[in-house]
Design a protein around this ligand. Sequence first.
Ligand code: NAI
Length: 686
Amino acid sequence: MSDPVRFSLDGATALITIDNPPVNVTSQAVRAGLMAALDAAEGSGAARVVLTGAGRAFVAGADAKEFDAAPVAPHLPDVVARIEGFAIPVVAAINGAALGGGLELALACAARVAAPGATLGLPEVTLGVVPGAGGTQRLPRLIGLGPALSLISEGRVIGAAEAAKLGLVDALAEDPVAAARDLALPERPATGAMPAPAADPAALEAARAQAARRAKGQEAPRLAIDLVAATTSLSMAEGLACERETFLTLKISDQAAALRHVFFAERAAMARGRKGGAEITTAIVVGGGTMGAAIAYALAGVGISVALVETDQAGAERARANVAKLYAEAVARGKSSPEAAAAAQSARHTYHAGYADLPPAEIAIEAVFEDLAVKKAVFAALDAALPETAILATNTSYLNPDLIAERLRNPGRFLGLHFFSPAHVMKLVEVIRAATTSAETLETVLRLTARLKKIAVPAGVCDGFIGNRILTRYRQICDVMLIEGALPAQIDAALRGFGMAMGPYEVQDLSGLDIAYANRKRMGWATLPGFRYIPIADRIVDETGRLGRKTGAGWYDYEGGKASPSALINQIVVSESSRAGIARRSFTDDEIVSRAITAMIEEGARILEEGIAASPADIDLVLVHGYGFPRWRGGPMHYAERTGLPEICARIEGFAAADPLSWALPEILRRAADTGRPLTDLTRTS
Ligand code: NAI
């Protein structure tokens, strides 16, 4: 391996190049290398030091591998302090991403030159910490309180042009190293010696309100705002001490651990798409409704030609209009020019009634009505129309892919591809391994989902796969709490308080009560032996016809689009309790959260036991990216392990003692709790 930091002398300029591929993170070897390079510069007679990065990045942040370890000297603040106080002026030549610790190094320099394509930011809060090497103290001194607040508390990453406008960089140059060598140094003290920024109560208040809204429950953004605010009252030394203390405390916090867990799980999921497989250039999508149109739009967005198939000409025209609407939205949001949108629509999309004269395709994705007979007919037609090598995928939510795939000529190329709505926006996709799916098929599809920038989670076949199966279980347990004494609005508020994006009843009103209703009928819940059936949701559909927002009423009443608790629904809930002979009792919010989240954990454990998910982290990705589980709690399985599996087991045993029809302790949880081994180790691999 080459040196992670290189030193060279060119006339009066000492060039220090950080070369720690792929993105020059500030690992211990880099920090030590920087110290050594500064030593070399000191005795070199150079009049200026230029600091830059090799390859595409300047320095993209800290080394993720060191996140969980105790810090080893030299620490980044030491390097930063040495650069700022260095006898020879150091100029940062920001050739690419300068993020987190990378930007903190640059802030300590006497001046900064950036390439036009460089990106800059302090995204630490997204990992549950604050900048730990002076970022919160130097940035406000350099660019003012308001702009610094917006960058630090949201973890926003900006381009070089915006950075230049803010005064964060002194010049833009195609060759930042050459420009840094020649730059006339600005007349100003070192960043840390600049006067405190002017107080800005309005900006502070706005940042606090924004954090309370967008980062509810999270510590890091709030503490980051406090640190930035402190620049107006504390000395640099005091401010740095506060920042370091906050950084070290947050680094070992539950929230930072959870955010790191999700970050690593996402990286692992992305990496699965780089294992091989063939490149897809042409596709067929069958069904151009909500899902099909959005899937076609997403495929075309990465350059794939898409033929959309409907049963008749009117359907094809509806599909064309659905796709056109997505392009129009992109234009309205400034994401595409009208010309580019028109060009993409004519170059990449065709619409067809039936399967005659279809262009060639390497993959066909089916998104027709959720009906087994309809889907089987579609795959029979695709099987006949396409070569045996074309991959066939179904976007079914609940149907058994193994049944859909029956009688295909080459069932190895069949699988499920469960997108979430809206499919061009939601990052999650469950990749369902049918009994017959071949490894090559999986690899090619994972390569495609990576290209679509999706987080692909492989799952085995079971009812609802990973996400909808856990959702069903979670709702069922919430319904049990309804009949025992809670009301919908209280359950929703309690789970929002935990951090769920929405409560379970609000979500049902949004997506429509009919979907879950049909699903309960299909599963035969009302007559399922050994199952505690709560008829409240069925009664709402049967007796009131309220299907949620689309009918203007559901679990809630809606006036002017605003939800309010419904007397009618509450009365149905209470009458069901008395019909079941249950004396209603009050629930605390903690009790509601504990039961509902434990239900998710219990179902997740069964999913691991059955080998449906490959790892607990995959389950966490599904819940965080598809179901509004708070990222900063890491997903249900991470949350369970952080809470302690013995505690989770005790809870389940307690629930089971009171309600044996609804609860039983999964063996994998008992074993993990007894042995102290992580769930990952005990997961069945299939
Ligand atoms: P949709 O009703 O909006 O669209 C279905 C489309 O399929 C319609 O345009 C219809 O004309 C067309 N179609 C029906 N039979 C056809 C046939 N034999 N050949 C060609 N086209 C046909 O339904 P949506 O919401 O797009 O759902 C489609 C599938 O995706 C379903 O299996 C659903 O369970 C699944 N899904 C839906 C999600 C959602 O949130 N809407 C999320 C994930 C999966």
